[in-house]
Design a protein around this ligand. Sequence first.
Ligand code: ZN
Length: 403
Amino acid sequence: MSASSSNTQAHRNPPFRAEHLGSLLRPQALLEARKTKSKDEIADITDKSIKDAVYMQKELGFHAMTDGEYRRHMFWGELFPSLKGMTVTKDVNIDMFRTYVPDIAAFMETNENPDETVICTSKISHSGTSPFLPELKYIQSITPQSEHDKVKLTMPAPEWYHLRYKEGRAYTKDVYVNDEEYFKDIAKAYQAEIKILYDAGLRNLQIDDPNLAYFCSEKMLQGWKEDSSNSKTSEEMLDAYIALYNDCLSTRPSDMHVGLHLCRGNFVGSRHFSEGGYDRVAIKLFQSINVDTYYLEYDTERAGSFEPLKHLPRHKNVILGVITSKFPKLEDREAMKDRILNAAKCVAEGSGESEKQALQRLGVSPQCGFASHEGGNLLSYDDMKKKLALVRSIADDLWPGEP
Ligand SMILES: [Zn+2]
Protein backbone atom coordinates (compact mmCIF):
# COMPACT_ATOMS: atom_id res chain seq x y z
CA MET A 1 0.00 0.00 0.00
CA SER A 2 1.41 3.36 -0.94
CA ALA A 3 -0.14 6.69 -0.12
CA SER A 4 -0.97 8.68 -3.18
CA SER A 5 0.90 11.77 -2.03
CA SER A 6 3.77 10.36 -4.04
CA ASN A 7 1.68 10.42 -7.22
CA THR A 8 2.89 12.96 -9.72
CA GLN A 9 -0.07 12.67 -12.09
CA ALA A 10 -3.50 13.98 -11.30
CA HIS A 11 -6.06 11.28 -10.55
CA ARG A 12 -8.75 10.92 -13.24
CA ASN A 13 -12.16 9.27 -13.52
CA PRO A 14 -12.75 9.92 -10.68
CA PRO A 15 -12.99 12.83 -10.58
CA PHE A 16 -15.27 13.28 -13.56
CA ARG A 17 -15.91 16.47 -15.49
CA ALA A 18 -19.49 16.65 -14.21
CA GLU A 19 -19.85 15.95 -10.51
CA HIS A 20 -22.30 16.54 -7.72
CA LEU A 21 -21.50 16.68 -4.05
CA GLY A 22 -23.39 13.66 -2.77
CA SER A 23 -26.63 14.60 -1.09
CA LEU A 24 -29.75 14.80 -3.25
CA LEU A 25 -33.20 16.04 -2.36
CA ARG A 26 -35.26 13.27 -0.84
CA PRO A 27 -38.55 12.52 -2.52
CA GLN A 28 -41.60 13.69 -0.57
CA ALA A 29 -42.77 10.10 -0.06
CA LEU A 30 -39.54 9.26 1.75
CA LEU A 31 -39.73 12.34 4.00
CA GLU A 32 -43.35 11.55 4.85
CA ALA A 33 -42.57 7.91 5.49
CA ARG A 34 -39.82 8.82 7.94
CA LYS A 35 -42.35 10.63 10.07
CA THR A 36 -45.23 8.18 9.97
CA LYS A 37 -44.25 4.68 8.82
CA SER A 38 -42.77 1.61 10.48
CA LYS A 39 -39.06 0.79 10.29
CA ASP A 40 -39.63 -1.88 7.61
CA GLU A 41 -41.77 0.37 5.49
CA ILE A 42 -39.21 3.16 5.73
CA ALA A 43 -36.49 0.72 4.67
CA ASP A 44 -38.50 -0.28 1.57
CA ILE A 45 -39.22 3.29 0.58
CA THR A 46 -35.58 4.26 1.17
CA ASP A 47 -34.35 1.46 -1.11
CA LYS A 48 -36.81 2.40 -3.81
CA SER A 49 -35.91 6.09 -3.54
CA ILE A 50 -32.20 5.28 -3.85
CA LYS A 51 -32.89 3.17 -6.96
CA ASP A 52 -34.73 6.11 -8.49
CA ALA A 53 -31.92 8.50 -7.54
CA VAL A 54 -29.28 6.26 -9.09
CA TYR A 55 -31.38 5.93 -12.24
CA MET A 56 -31.75 9.71 -12.38
CA GLN A 57 -28.00 10.25 -12.02
CA LYS A 58 -27.33 7.79 -14.84
CA GLU A 59 -29.94 9.38 -17.05
CA LEU A 60 -28.40 12.79 -16.48
CA GLY A 61 -24.91 11.50 -17.26
CA PHE A 62 -23.28 11.43 -13.83
CA HIS A 63 -20.70 8.74 -13.17
CA ALA A 64 -19.66 9.27 -9.54
CA MET A 65 -23.00 8.01 -8.34
CA THR A 66 -24.14 8.32 -4.75
CA ASP A 67 -27.17 7.06 -2.86
CA GLY A 68 -28.16 10.69 -2.33
CA GLU A 69 -27.28 10.19 1.36
CA TYR A 70 -30.91 9.09 1.76
CA ARG A 71 -30.06 6.78 4.65
CA ARG A 72 -28.72 9.68 6.68
CA HIS A 73 -30.37 12.44 8.63
CA MET A 74 -27.48 14.88 8.18
CA PHE A 75 -24.54 14.83 5.77
CA TRP A 76 -22.14 13.55 8.40
CA GLY A 77 -24.03 10.31 8.90
CA GLU A 78 -23.35 8.02 11.82
CA LEU A 79 -19.59 7.65 11.88
CA PHE A 80 -18.81 9.53 15.09
CA PRO A 81 -21.61 8.04 17.19
CA SER A 82 -20.50 4.59 16.00
CA LEU A 83 -16.97 4.96 17.37
CA LYS A 84 -16.11 3.50 20.75
CA GLY A 85 -15.47 6.30 23.20
CA MET A 86 -17.85 8.72 21.52
CA THR A 87 -21.17 9.53 23.15
CA VAL A 88 -24.19 11.31 21.75
CA THR A 89 -25.37 13.80 24.32
CA LYS A 90 -28.43 15.97 24.59
CA ASP A 91 -27.01 17.52 27.71
CA VAL A 92 -25.78 20.51 25.77
CA ASN A 93 -24.52 23.64 27.49
CA ILE A 94 -23.52 26.55 25.30
CA ASP A 95 -20.47 27.13 27.54
CA MET A 96 -18.78 24.09 26.04
CA PHE A 97 -18.77 25.57 22.53
CA ARG A 98 -16.59 28.02 20.68
CA THR A 99 -19.46 30.37 19.99
CA TYR A 100 -17.53 32.09 17.18
CA VAL A 101 -17.34 28.87 15.15
CA PRO A 102 -19.76 29.77 12.36
CA ASP A 103 -22.33 26.97 12.66
CA ILE A 104 -22.52 27.41 16.44
CA ALA A 105 -22.76 31.20 15.96
CA ALA A 106 -25.60 30.70 13.48
CA PHE A 107 -27.50 28.58 15.99
CA MET A 108 -27.08 31.26 18.62
CA GLU A 109 -28.23 34.08 16.34
CA THR A 110 -31.54 32.32 15.92
CA ASN A 111 -31.72 31.48 19.64
CA GLU A 112 -31.40 27.80 18.95
CA ASN A 113 -28.97 25.47 20.64
CA PRO A 114 -27.44 22.52 18.86
CA ASP A 115 -29.95 20.06 20.35
CA GLU A 116 -27.49 17.22 20.47
CA THR A 117 -23.82 16.72 19.88
CA VAL A 118 -21.20 13.99 20.02
CA ILE A 119 -18.46 14.11 22.56
CA CYS A 120 -15.54 11.91 23.56
CA THR A 121 -16.03 10.32 26.96
CA SER A 122 -13.46 7.50 26.85
CA LYS A 123 -10.61 6.31 24.60
CA ILE A 124 -11.65 6.38 20.96
CA SER A 125 -11.41 3.35 18.68
CA HIS A 126 -13.24 1.93 15.69
CA SER A 127 -15.90 -0.61 16.61
CA GLY A 128 -15.08 -2.87 13.66
CA THR A 129 -18.48 -2.15 12.14
CA SER A 130 -18.73 0.56 9.51
CA PRO A 131 -21.92 2.63 9.54
CA PHE A 132 -21.31 3.45 5.87
CA LEU A 133 -20.88 -0.13 4.67
CA PRO A 134 -24.63 -0.77 4.27
CA GLU A 135 -24.85 2.38 2.12
CA LEU A 136 -22.01 1.18 -0.09
CA LYS A 137 -23.29 -2.41 -0.31
CA TYR A 138 -26.72 -1.29 -1.38
CA ILE A 139 -25.58 0.99 -4.17
CA GLN A 140 -23.24 -1.77 -5.35
CA SER A 141 -26.19 -4.17 -5.40
CA ILE A 142 -28.10 -1.98 -7.84
CA THR A 143 -25.23 -1.02 -10.17
CA PRO A 144 -23.10 -3.19 -12.50
CA GLN A 145 -19.78 -4.40 -11.07
CA SER A 146 -17.94 -2.43 -13.77
CA GLU A 147 -19.21 0.80 -12.20
CA HIS A 148 -18.38 0.05 -8.59
CA ASP A 149 -15.04 1.86 -8.69
CA LYS A 150 -16.86 5.08 -9.60
CA VAL A 151 -19.46 4.98 -6.82
CA LYS A 152 -18.86 7.88 -4.46
CA LEU A 153 -19.28 7.79 -0.70
CA THR A 154 -19.04 10.84 1.54
CA MET A 155 -17.68 11.03 5.04
CA PRO A 156 -17.48 13.82 7.64
CA ALA A 157 -14.25 15.66 8.41
CA PRO A 158 -12.11 14.12 11.15
CA GLU A 159 -12.07 17.36 13.18
CA TRP A 160 -15.86 17.76 12.97
CA TYR A 161 -16.42 17.18 16.67
CA HIS A 162 -13.33 19.05 17.75
CA LEU A 163 -13.36 22.61 16.40
CA ARG A 164 -16.78 23.40 17.82
CA TYR A 165 -15.71 22.74 21.39
CA LYS A 166 -13.74 25.08 23.59
CA GLU A 167 -10.22 23.96 24.25
CA GLY A 168 -10.18 20.85 26.39
CA ARG A 169 -13.93 20.25 26.02
CA ALA A 170 -13.88 17.80 23.08
CA TYR A 171 -12.70 15.13 25.49
CA THR A 172 -12.15 14.89 29.21
CA LYS A 173 -8.66 15.37 30.63
CA ASP A 174 -8.60 11.96 32.23
CA VAL A 175 -9.03 10.38 28.77
CA TYR A 176 -6.55 12.40 26.71
CA VAL A 177 -3.99 14.84 28.03
CA ASN A 178 -3.87 16.88 24.84
CA ASP A 179 -5.24 17.26 21.29
CA GLU A 180 -2.38 15.29 19.78
CA GLU A 181 -3.34 12.16 21.73
CA TYR A 182 -6.98 12.59 20.81
CA PHE A 183 -6.15 13.11 17.12
CA LYS A 184 -3.98 9.99 17.08
CA ASP A 185 -6.96 7.82 18.01
CA ILE A 186 -9.34 9.64 15.64
CA ALA A 187 -6.83 8.96 12.85
CA LYS A 188 -6.65 5.26 13.74
CA ALA A 189 -10.45 5.06 13.65
CA TYR A 190 -10.53 6.76 10.23
CA GLN A 191 -7.86 4.43 8.92
CA ALA A 192 -9.95 1.47 10.07
CA GLU A 193 -13.12 2.87 8.49
CA ILE A 194 -11.38 3.60 5.20
CA LYS A 195 -9.88 0.09 5.13
CA ILE A 196 -13.28 -1.54 5.62
CA LEU A 197 -14.75 0.52 2.79
CA TYR A 198 -11.76 -0.08 0.52
CA ASP A 199 -11.91 -3.83 1.11
CA ALA A 200 -15.59 -3.69 0.20
CA GLY A 201 -14.70 -2.05 -3.12
CA LEU A 202 -14.92 1.68 -2.47
CA ARG A 203 -12.50 3.61 -4.70
CA ASN A 204 -14.03 7.08 -4.57
CA LEU A 205 -14.22 8.82 -1.21
CA GLN A 206 -15.19 12.42 -0.54
CA ILE A 207 -14.62 14.06 2.81
CA ASP A 208 -17.01 16.91 3.60
CA ASP A 209 -15.45 19.68 5.62
CA PRO A 210 -17.09 23.00 6.38
CA ASN A 211 -14.64 23.49 9.26
CA LEU A 212 -11.61 24.15 7.07
CA ALA A 213 -13.47 26.89 5.24
CA TYR A 214 -14.18 28.50 8.59
CA PHE A 215 -10.48 29.32 8.72
CA CYS A 216 -11.17 31.70 5.81
CA SER A 217 -13.68 33.65 7.89
CA GLU A 218 -12.49 36.94 9.36
CA LYS A 219 -15.17 36.76 12.05
CA MET A 220 -14.16 33.30 13.19
CA LEU A 221 -10.46 34.21 13.28
CA GLN A 222 -11.22 37.32 15.32
CA GLY A 223 -13.29 35.25 17.77
CA TRP A 224 -10.45 32.76 18.04
CA LYS A 225 -7.98 35.52 18.90
CA GLU A 226 -10.25 36.95 21.58
CA ASP A 227 -10.83 33.57 23.23
CA SER A 228 -8.24 33.47 26.01
CA SER A 229 -8.85 29.76 26.61
CA ASN A 230 -7.13 28.91 23.29
CA SER A 231 -3.52 27.85 23.80
CA LYS A 232 -2.97 27.44 20.03
CA THR A 233 -3.22 30.19 17.47
CA SER A 234 -5.74 29.57 14.69
CA GLU A 235 -2.81 28.87 12.34
CA GLU A 236 -1.49 26.24 14.74
CA MET A 237 -4.94 24.69 14.99
CA LEU A 238 -5.21 24.55 11.20
CA ASP A 239 -1.78 22.90 11.02
CA ALA A 240 -2.87 20.33 13.59
CA TYR A 241 -5.99 19.54 11.55
CA ILE A 242 -3.91 19.11 8.40
CA ALA A 243 -1.61 16.72 10.24
CA LEU A 244 -4.71 14.86 11.44
CA TYR A 245 -5.99 14.57 7.86
CA ASN A 246 -2.71 13.19 6.62
CA ASP A 247 -2.61 10.68 9.44
CA CYS A 248 -6.19 9.57 8.64
CA LEU A 249 -5.23 9.09 4.98
CA SER A 250 -1.74 7.72 5.53
CA THR A 251 -2.70 4.10 4.88
CA ARG A 252 -5.18 4.56 2.06
CA PRO A 253 -4.14 2.68 -1.08
CA SER A 254 -3.12 4.83 -4.06
CA ASP A 255 -5.94 3.49 -6.23
CA MET A 256 -8.49 5.02 -3.90
CA HIS A 257 -9.41 8.51 -5.03
CA VAL A 258 -9.91 10.91 -2.14
CA GLY A 259 -11.59 14.26 -2.57
CA LEU A 260 -12.13 17.04 -0.07
CA HIS A 261 -15.18 19.30 -0.15
CA LEU A 262 -15.01 22.71 1.49
CA CYS A 263 -18.01 24.91 1.88
CA ARG A 264 -19.50 27.59 4.03
CA GLY A 265 -22.51 25.69 5.30
CA ASN A 266 -25.63 24.33 3.68
CA PHE A 267 -28.37 24.04 6.23
CA VAL A 268 -32.15 23.83 6.37
CA GLY A 269 -33.69 26.65 4.36
CA SER A 270 -30.58 27.08 2.18
CA ARG A 271 -28.68 28.79 4.99
CA HIS A 272 -24.95 29.32 4.92
CA PHE A 273 -22.73 29.83 7.94
CA SER A 274 -19.57 31.62 6.94
CA GLU A 275 -17.85 33.66 4.27
CA GLY A 276 -14.36 34.51 3.08
CA GLY A 277 -12.16 33.63 0.10
CA TYR A 278 -9.78 30.66 0.09
CA ASP A 279 -6.75 32.99 0.06
CA ARG A 280 -5.96 32.57 3.75
CA VAL A 281 -5.74 28.80 3.59
CA ALA A 282 -4.86 28.13 -0.06
CA ILE A 283 -1.20 27.23 0.28
CA LYS A 284 -1.73 24.83 3.18
CA LEU A 285 -4.99 23.51 1.79
CA PHE A 286 -3.63 22.67 -1.65
CA GLN A 287 -0.06 21.78 -0.83
CA SER A 288 -0.16 20.08 2.55
CA ILE A 289 -3.25 17.89 2.61
CA ASN A 290 -2.76 14.58 0.82
CA VAL A 291 -5.97 14.42 -1.18
CA ASP A 292 -6.37 14.16 -4.96
CA THR A 293 -9.23 16.53 -5.62
CA TYR A 294 -10.82 19.59 -4.06
CA TYR A 295 -14.54 20.20 -4.47
CA LEU A 296 -14.79 23.93 -3.89
CA GLU A 297 -17.76 26.17 -3.37
CA TYR A 298 -17.67 28.98 -5.93
CA ASP A 299 -21.30 29.98 -6.43
CA THR A 300 -21.28 33.37 -4.72
CA GLU A 301 -19.02 36.22 -3.66
CA ARG A 302 -18.67 34.48 -0.30
CA ALA A 303 -16.05 32.16 -1.78
CA GLY A 304 -13.88 34.95 -3.20
CA SER A 305 -11.82 34.86 -6.39
CA PHE A 306 -10.01 32.12 -8.31
CA GLU A 307 -6.61 33.62 -7.41
CA PRO A 308 -5.93 31.00 -4.68
CA LEU A 309 -6.01 28.31 -7.40
CA LYS A 310 -2.54 29.52 -8.37
CA HIS A 311 -1.32 27.41 -5.47
CA LEU A 312 -2.79 24.15 -6.80
CA PRO A 313 0.01 21.61 -7.43
CA ARG A 314 0.20 19.85 -10.79
CA HIS A 315 -0.95 16.49 -9.46
CA LYS A 316 -4.23 17.74 -8.04
CA ASN A 317 -7.70 18.50 -9.41
CA VAL A 318 -10.33 21.06 -8.55
CA ILE A 319 -14.04 20.67 -9.16
CA LEU A 320 -15.54 24.14 -9.36
CA GLY A 321 -18.88 24.46 -7.60
CA VAL A 322 -20.10 27.38 -9.71
CA ILE A 323 -23.73 26.25 -9.83
CA THR A 324 -25.66 26.94 -6.66
CA SER A 325 -27.59 24.10 -5.05
CA LYS A 326 -29.33 26.54 -2.73
CA PHE A 327 -31.80 28.24 -5.08
CA PRO A 328 -33.73 27.19 -8.21
CA LYS A 329 -32.74 30.06 -10.53
CA LEU A 330 -30.59 28.59 -13.27
CA GLU A 331 -27.20 30.13 -13.92
CA ASP A 332 -26.27 31.37 -17.38
CA ARG A 333 -24.43 28.55 -19.11
CA GLU A 334 -22.03 30.73 -21.11
CA ALA A 335 -21.20 32.88 -18.09
CA MET A 336 -20.37 29.75 -16.08
CA LYS A 337 -18.13 28.44 -18.87
CA ASP A 338 -16.31 31.77 -18.83
CA ARG A 339 -15.84 31.48 -15.09
CA ILE A 340 -14.34 28.01 -15.44
CA LEU A 341 -11.98 29.23 -18.19
CA ASN A 342 -10.95 32.07 -15.88
CA ALA A 343 -10.24 29.54 -13.16
CA ALA A 344 -8.11 27.56 -15.63
CA LYS A 345 -6.15 30.76 -16.29
CA CYS A 346 -5.33 31.07 -12.57
CA VAL A 347 -4.34 27.40 -12.29
CA ALA A 348 -2.12 27.76 -15.37
CA GLU A 349 -0.51 30.92 -14.06
CA GLY A 350 0.52 29.15 -10.90
CA SER A 351 1.63 25.84 -12.39
CA GLY A 352 3.27 27.06 -15.58
CA GLU A 353 1.02 24.86 -17.71
CA SER A 354 -1.00 26.12 -20.67
CA GLU A 355 -4.62 27.05 -19.95
CA LYS A 356 -5.65 24.02 -21.96
CA GLN A 357 -3.54 21.74 -19.78
CA ALA A 358 -4.84 23.38 -16.63
CA LEU A 359 -8.41 22.82 -17.81
CA GLN A 360 -7.64 19.10 -17.80
CA ARG A 361 -7.50 19.22 -14.01
CA LEU A 362 -10.84 20.94 -13.57
CA GLY A 363 -14.44 19.89 -13.48
CA VAL A 364 -17.81 21.43 -12.64
CA SER A 365 -20.44 20.76 -9.97
CA PRO A 366 -23.05 22.38 -7.76
CA GLN A 367 -21.35 24.20 -4.86
CA CYS A 368 -22.66 21.77 -2.26
CA GLY A 369 -25.14 18.98 -1.81
CA PHE A 370 -28.84 19.57 -2.33
CA ALA A 371 -29.79 18.21 1.07
CA SER A 372 -27.03 18.34 3.68
CA HIS A 373 -29.91 18.04 6.12
CA GLU A 374 -32.79 15.69 5.28
CA GLY A 375 -35.14 18.67 4.87
CA GLY A 376 -33.10 19.82 1.89
CA ASN A 377 -32.61 23.17 0.21
CA LEU A 378 -35.21 25.58 -1.12
CA LEU A 379 -35.74 24.06 -4.52
CA SER A 380 -37.89 21.29 -5.95
CA TYR A 381 -36.79 17.85 -7.12
CA ASP A 382 -37.38 19.04 -10.66
CA ASP A 383 -35.29 22.19 -10.06
CA MET A 384 -32.51 19.94 -8.83
CA LYS A 385 -32.65 17.87 -12.01
CA LYS A 386 -32.40 21.05 -14.07
CA LYS A 387 -29.35 22.13 -12.07
CA LEU A 388 -27.70 18.75 -12.61
CA ALA A 389 -28.52 18.85 -16.34
CA LEU A 390 -26.93 22.30 -16.50
CA VAL A 391 -23.76 20.97 -14.84
CA ARG A 392 -23.65 18.14 -17.38
CA SER A 393 -24.16 20.48 -20.36
CA ILE A 394 -21.38 22.83 -19.20
CA ALA A 395 -19.05 19.84 -18.84
CA ASP A 396 -19.99 18.59 -22.31
CA ASP A 397 -19.21 21.97 -23.84
CA LEU A 398 -15.84 22.38 -22.11
CA TRP A 399 -14.72 18.75 -22.26
CA PRO A 400 -16.60 17.18 -25.17
CA GLY A 401 -16.97 13.41 -25.01
CA GLU A 402 -15.49 13.11 -21.49
CA PRO A 403 -17.34 11.55 -18.57
ZN1 ZN B 1 -20.95 21.86 1.16
